[in-house]
Design a protein around this ligand. Structure first.
Ligand SMILES: [Zn+2]
Length: 66
């Protein structure tokens, strides 16, 4: 049961690229399609910050993936 939960969490896992807060429920997240890349934000304020300077947050994401 624990393993199953972790697998589901991994599939749906998302963190806000602005404040790094985990987003437990994508249905409640603010989703932005940024040139085909779907990004989820926990709050309107975070989405606003991202839109003001997208590259700053996208660079941080790239570093995490590599
Ligand atoms: Zn956030």
């Amino acid at each position: 049961m624990t393993i199953r939960f972790e697998q589901e969490a991994a599939q749906d896992a998302a963190t806000c690229p602005v404040c790094d807060a985990p987003i437990p429920d994508m249905r409640q997240a603010l989703v932005e399609n940024h040139h085909g890349q779907l990004l989820a934000f926990d709050r309107q304020e975070c989405l606003k910050d991202f839109l003001e300077d997208p590259e700053r947050y996208l660079l941080a994401l790239d570093e995490e993936e590599e």
